[in-house]
Every structure is written in C-alpha cells, then in structure tokens.
Design a protein around this ligand. Structure first.
Ligand code: NAP
Ligand code: MG
Length: 481
C-alpha cells in the first residue's frame, strides 16, 4: 500500500495564552502557596518548558478543603435547578473555548490534536451538559427519594485524559451538591488551570471548585485530610491500593478507577476491514495511554495469519509525529518516565520469547516517542500479557474455541473492558455475558458516552462513573425519613 505524503497541517497555538507561572485555585481566586515550590511542566513532543506550576503543600490543601467546606453550606442548599444553571453555563463555555482547550491539552499531554479536538473536549462538554440535566432530578438517581450530597470531595486524576477525567469527576459531584478539591496529574495540569478560569467566567460561587496542583505528595495530603467526606481516584492500581488502605477505618466514601488489560476478541467470522480499524483504535488511540485499551488481541487461530498481515499493512500507514499536525494519528508519550516503563515492558517481551514487530515510522528526535508495536507468539504468562503497558504496544494471543477465548480474556487481575468482533449476534451476547469486564464493546471499541456507566471489576477498581450510576457515588440516601 502506498503511504501518501501530506503537507503538514499544523493547528495554530495562537489561540492559547499560557502564563509563565501558575498559582493554586482556591475560593475562585488564584492564590500563591504558603510555602510550596514550583515545578516545570513541558510539552512532551518537544521537551519545551510550557510553564511553572505550584506544588501544593498539606497546608495549601487544608486551605482548599476549608474553602470547599464553607462553600458546601450554601451550594448544597441551592435548588437543583439553580446548580444546573451554573453547570450548563460551564458546559457552554467549554464549547465556546473548545479549540483553545484542545490545543492546550495537546501541548501539555502530547495527544494528537485530532483526538483532543474531536473526542476529548466534545465529551467534556457532553459530560457537563448531561450532569447539569441531573441536578434537579436527584430523586431518580437510585438512592431514595431525598438523596443528600456527601460534602467535600477530594478528587485525584491521571495524565492520560486530563480534561475528560476532570469532567468525569467534577460534573456529577457538583450536580449532586458536593464541593470539590481536585488534583490534576503533575505532568498535565494546564487544562485544569484553564478550567479554573472557566469557573470564574461562569461566576461559580467561591469555593465550590478548588484546584490544587502538585505531585503524589499533594495527592497524599488530600487522601489523608480529616475533613474530606469522599475520595474519587483515577490512576494506577498501586496508588489505588494505598488510597484504599488510607481510607479504611475512616468515614470517607471511596471510588477507584484503576488500570486494565482488556481483551479484544476476534472470531473467524468477523468483518476483517472493520475489525482492523477497531484493533487500531483499541490500542493506538491516545498512544495506548488508555486504561480500557484493547491491549491483548485474542485472535481465532484460523484467521491469525490473514488478520496479522492486514494489521501490519495498516499500522505502517499510521502517522506518528507532531501532535499539532491534523494528519497525525499517534502522538508523543506523555513523559520520560512513562516511556521508560514502556521500553522496560517491551524488553521483557523480547526476553520472554515473544516476537516484536514495530511500524517503520521516523520518530522525531526531541520529545518522547515509541513506534506502534505488536508482539506475537505471546503466552498468557508473559509480562506483556499480564501487566498494563499503557503505551502503543499490542500483545497478540490466539484461541480455537469460544470457551478458550473467554478463559483467556478473563485470565487477568483486571476487568475494566473488552471487545468482541463477530457477525453473529448470539455469539456476541453469550461471550459478553461471560466476560468479567465492566464495559464490553461489540464490533467497535473505545466508545464513550456520558449516559453510559464506566468502571471495573477486580483490580480495575470499584464504583461507576457516567450515567445515573455515576451520580450514586456522590449521593447518600437521606436519613431524615
Ligand atoms: P498514578 O501514578 O496512580 O497517578 C494518578 C494520580 O494520583 C496522579 O494525580 C498522581 O499524581 C496521584 N498520586 C500519585 N501518588 C499518590 C499518592 N500516594 N496518593 C494520592 N495521589 C497520588 O497513575 P498514572 O501513572 O498517573 O496513570 C496511569 C494509570 O492510571 C494507569 O494504570 C491507568 O490504567 C490508570 N487509569 C485508569 C483510568 C480508569 O478510568 N480506570 C483512567 C485513566 C488512567 P502525579 O501524577 O502528580 O504523580
Ligand atoms: Mg504518577
């Protein structure tokens, strides 16, 4: 197949206004830390410094929690229809400023502009619209006729979908009447700080949303703060375990959205061209930095060779490079440490006897890059079949019968998502029912919608985000009656 060369079509960065240095956002104002230091945030595609961010200390977190506690008194008493107005306003401002947010997200995260522009930011607005609609209908959320908010919510999010994870956390919390102290990931704080400006623009009452930037230490201060009523965390299973231990024995409610090692199962009757696109979207979307990525491809043995030949051809056409180029399919790895983790796990694949294939693309010299890579000859016991790589690396295994596919798909400590490719509806339904995964996609992959609950089994965590189910985590049944 010919790879057509396109002229670069760079998205302009003039639409974003990045300040040299950022303070914390507490009580609707940007305030300097009491004694915290600053650290640099970079563009992972170029390693250029974008800005300085504040590392919030325990004292700063305490000030933010106090602001949220004070705001909770009036925010929780406000009629749901009034809270909805603010959340709708935020949603509309996000739509108005979508291009600016998308460009900033791409600059700070490394994801292709096509994805931040067409997937992440439209979904962010959709989540705020969806939960704005819920704010005056909480009696239908499934927790009784007079549900009450928990109070101050501490929220900690990762770097792979910075603005979308913020929306998943903040929109339902506010709709339910809680107030929030949120910490973005240290490598991707800029869109959360832009969201702080959007809260100001929406005239959100002071203290309802507070953004404290920093690294793991700041997250720990949130987790261990005694005046937080609920914690919501998205990130690694390792940190999730720490948080579950820290919250045990306290009154804090907790939801955890952790890692995954999803099986994408291809039966011999699958429509191959469509399946190839689904495999590519499943593991190379967002450089594979996706907790529900289809990172284990399970192929029925009889079509393995044909499918793999088509897949390699397709992967050689992926454009890897400048995330701001609208032609780019695969962008930069988010950080040097994530790149090192991907290299280490890929090397374990070589060492354990799997066969590595990488797309023949030219990688830029600056920044953090990894070519789209596929391992075949993978056994279930290989680390690349068990551990989350969180990068553009696909592990391929084969099966002969549906039962074998189900057994292999479920042979993981995780259980976040799965995919099934087959023309036969009855097979899809039967296999889906047997998979221990929170979300099962059929003849598609990585589709998200604010009305649909998302979450995991086993070490992928507990609690659901999205839809009515996503509200439950932010509400308690009233004890009044
Ligand atoms: P991570 O290291 O667990 O970090 C997640 C967040 O927790 C970051 O804000 C991090 O801060 C903070 N943190 C680190 N140590 C902490 C501690 N001891 N106490 C409190 N907070 C702490 O995860 P990551 O490497 O950034 O993200 C990748 C992981 O997230 C993957 O495993 C992926 O599967 C998972 N993930 C899951 C979902 C889901 O919905 N299930 C979605 C996205 C990602 P710093 O970044 O500043 O260190
Ligand atoms: Mg981390």
């Amino acid at each position: 197949m010919t790879k057509f060369e396109y002229s670069p079509a760079l998205e302009s960065t003039s639409v974003v206004d990045i300040k040299p240095s950022y303070d914390l956002f507490i009580n609707n104002e940007f305030v300097a830390s009491k004694n915290g230091s600053k650290f640099q945030t970079i563009n992972p595609a170029t390693e250029q410094v974008l800005a300085e961010i504040t590392a919030a200390t325990a004292e700063d977190v305490d000030i933010a929690v106090k602001a949220a506690r004070k705001a909770f008194k009036s925010w929780s008493k406000l009629a749901g229809s009034e809270r909805a107005k603010y959340i709708y306003r935020i949603a509309r401002i996000i739509q108005d400023r979508a291009r600016e947010i998308a460009v900033l997200e791409t600059l700070n995260n490394g994801k292709p502009i096509r994805e931040s522009r067409d997937v992440d930011i439209p979904l962010v607005a959709a989540h705020f619209f969806h939960y704005a609609g819920w704010a005056d209908k909480l009696q239908y959320a499934g927790v009784g006729p007079n549900p009450t908010p928990h109070g101050v919510v501490g929220q900690i999010i990762p770097w792979n979908f910075p603005m979308l994870m913020l929306a998943w956390k903040i929109a339902p919390a506010l709709a339910a009447g809680n107030t929030v102290v949120l910490k973005p990931a240290e490598t991707t704080s800029l869109t959360a700080l832009l969201f702080a400006e959007i809260c100001q623009q929406a005239d959100l009452p002071a203290g309802v949303v507070n953004i404290v930037t920093g690294a793991g230490e700041t997250g720990r201060s949130i987790v261990n703060h005694s005046d937080i009523n609920k914690l919501a965390f998205t990130g690694s299973t390792e940190v999730g375990r720490y948080i579950a231990k820290a919250a045990a024995g306290t009154n804090k409610k907790l939801t955890l959205e952790l890692g995954g090692k999803a099986a994408n199962i291809v039966f011999d009757d699958a429509p191959l061209d469509q399946t190839i696109e689904g495999i590519v979207n499943g593991i190379f979307f967002n450089q594979g930095h996706v907790c529900c990525a289809g990172s284990r491809l399970l192929v029925q043995e009889s079509i393995h060779d044909e499918l793999m030949a088509l897949l390699y051809q397709r992967l050689d056409l992926l454009r890897v490079g400048d995330p701001l180029d609208k032609n780019t399919d695969v962008g930069a790895i988010n950080s040097a440490s994530q790149l090192a983790k991907i290299h280490e796990l890929a090397a374990s694949g070589d060492a354990q006897g799997a066969h590595r294939w990488s797309a023949s693309c030219q990688l830029p010299t600056n920044g953090f890059w990894f070519p789209p890579t596929v391992f075949t000859n993978v056994s279930q016991s290989h680390r690349i079949a068990q551990e989350e790589i969180f990068g553009p690396v696909l592990s391929v295994l084969t099966f002969r019968t549906p039962d074998e596919a189900i057994a292999k798909a479920n042979n993981t400590p995780y259980g976040l998502s799965a995919g099934i490719w087959s023309e036969k509806g009855s097979r899809i339904l039967q296999v889906a029912a047997e998979l221990k995964a929170g979300v099962v996609w059929a003849n598609t992959f990585n589709k998200f919608d604010p009305t649909s609950p998302f979450g995991g089994y086993k070490e992928s965590g507990y609690g659901r985000e999205g839809g009515r189910q996503g509200l439950e985590a932010y509400l308690a049944a009233s004890t009044d009656e």
